[in-house]
Write a protein that binds this ligand. Structure first.
Ligand code: SAM
Length: 234
């Protein structure tokens, strides 16, 4: 169960109404039941139900069961698309171990805004379901130009470009390097020529192909993260 509270032995953690409904109504747990907790910072902790009510309750934290497992330092930058598919990208990025998820507005991006809190909740749910102890932060939507202008060049960018449309040049050479990386995925309409030129001029960005077919943006995000993981063996 994800909670916002700091986790340490002896702490009492109050439950929200939704959490109480889930634990006591849906899962039929009661006082004394064991629950595993994480907050994205302190690892995983065993707790027991100290108070069970219809609208709330409390857990008592007993002991740590696992340390915080940080994923490798990979950011996913992607242009938000339709709502359900944007939700999908965030969910899968969290499952596949993105350390940070950054929605970026490119020239051909149709969405002008995102619901950051909603996307963050999807990242929490994904971490919960895959037994993670880490929750990637979902950043506010920012213009790609501005992101690139302020970029710290020590983090290299894998710029996924469907225009390369060759065999998957994929992520050869990524493994073995301990420099942090970011994957960049474009919107439905792809990148503009100006954006391609701008990215090509950056020494820390490298254009990669994900294979000969043009993938949907959500598929491309999952494929790129999976290939990256495979290259890294993590
Ligand atoms: N129109 C489709 C859609 O609705 O999603 C295709 C969108 S494709 C242009 C979106 C992004 O996915 C591209 O900007 C690129 O980042 C990535 N992408 C898709 N296929 C790719 C490929 N074969 N190689 C590299 N990147 C790819």
């Amino acid at each position: 169960l994800y909670v916002e509270h700091p986790l340490a032995e002896g702490q009492t953690v109050p439950l929200t109404r939704e959490q109480a409904h889930y634990l006591f109504g849906v899962m039929r747990q009661g006082a004394g039941a064991a629950v595993l907790l994480f907050n994205g910072r302190d690892g995983e902790w065993l707790a027991e139900v100290a108070e069970a009510g219809k609208r709330g309750g409390a857990l008592r934290v007993l002991r740590q069961t696992a340390p915080l497992r940080r994923p490798p330092d990979l950011w996913l930058l992607f242009a938000p698309i339709k709502k359900a598919r944007t939700d999908f990208i965030v969910e899968k990025a969290a499952e596949l171990g993105a350390a940070r998820i950054c929605p970026v507005q490119t020239e051909f991006t149709n969405s002008e805004r995102i619901r950051r809190d909603r996307l963050q909740a999807h990242a929490v749910e994904a971490a919960e379901q895959c037994g993670g102890t880490y929750v990637p932060e979902v950043a506010e939507l920012q213009k790609l130009d501005r992101v690139l202008a302020e970029w710290d060049a020590t983090r290299r960018i894998l710029f996924c470009d469907e225009a390369l449309a060759g065999p998957s040049s994929a992520l050869a050479g990524v493994g073995g390097s301990d420099a942090p990386w970011a994957i960049l995925i474009g919107p439905e309409g792809g990148f503009s020529d100006a954006e391609r030129a701008r990215l090509a001029a950056l020494s820390h960005a490298r254009a990669v192909s994900l294979g000969p077919r043009i993938l949907r943006a959500d598929t491309a995000a999952v494929a790129a993260m999976t290939l990256w993981q495979q290259a890294l063996g993590d």
